[in-house]
Design a protein around this ligand. Sequence first.
Ligand code: C5P
Length: 269
Amino acid sequence: MQASPRHGFGGRLSYVWQTARPPRPAPTGDRMTTRGELKYEGKAKRVYATPHPGEYIVEYKDDATAFNGVKKAQIGGKGAINNAITAHLFPQLEQAGVPTHFIERLSDTEQRVRAVTIIPVEVIVRNVAAGSFSKRLGIEEGTVLARPVVEYCYKSDALGDPLINTDTAVALGWATPEELTRIRELALKVQAFLVPYFAARGVRLIDFKLEFGRLADGTVVLADEISPDTCRFWDAETNEKLDKDRFRRDLGGVEDAYSEMLARVTREL
Ligand code: C5P
C-alpha cells in the first residue's frame, strides 16, 4: 500500500501507512507457522490449519463486503491494517483480563491464533445510536445511549445476521447460559478497555461487534478481529467517520480512514 494524497479529513490527519506500520516480525522458519488445509473462508478472512492441532493461521483479505454481500470491493491495504490493529489490541485485552485466541502476528496479513470453534452468536456493544440500531428504533444517529447496549445476532450470512436474544441462542443450542453470561462479561470488559483507549487517541467508539470461540477444553475466548471493519469510529473533534461506513455509504477516503485508525491505535501516548 502506498501513501496516497490525504483527502477527506481536512488535512489534519497526516499519518501515513509506512510510518504507522509496526515492524514486520522476522520469519521464524518454524514449521508451526506453515499454512495447512483451508478450514474456513469468510468475507474478510481465511483460516488455515497448521501442523499444530491447537493452532490456526488467519489471513486477512482486502475484500470488503456490505449489505450482506450485495456490495463488494477491494480496499487496498485493508487486510494488513486490520491484521495490525487486531494484533496490537488483542495482547492488551489479554492484559486487561480478556482471554483471546491471538498468539502472534506472522506477516503483514497473517496471524497465528489458538484454534477455536466459533460460537455463532455475534455480540454488538453500542455506546451511541448508529446503523441498524438507529434504523430499527427510529433513533437519530449520534444519540448518546445512557448505558452501553449489548445486542446478540445469529452469525449467518444466509440470513443476514439477524438480531436474536439469549433465550434463542440457548434454545437452539448455539451457546449455554453460562457461556452467554461469560460472553457478556467479556464484551463489557472489552468495552471498558477500548472506550478510554480510543478516547485518548481522539476517537469515539460508537459501537463494535465481537465474536467468541471455544478452545478444545471449552474455555470461551475472544476471537475474530477488532478493526474498522467491525467497529464504528468517529473522530472526537469532528465526528468524521473513520471506519467501514465510509465504504458502506460511499463517502470516499476509505483507505485513508483505515490508515488513520492504524496510526491512532498504535500511537504511543
Ligand atoms: O449495522 P449495525 O449497526 O448493526 O452494526 C453494529 C456494529 O457491528 C458496527 O460497528 C458494525 O461495523 C459491526 N458489524 C460487524 N459485522 C456485521 C454486522 C455489524 O462487524 N455482520
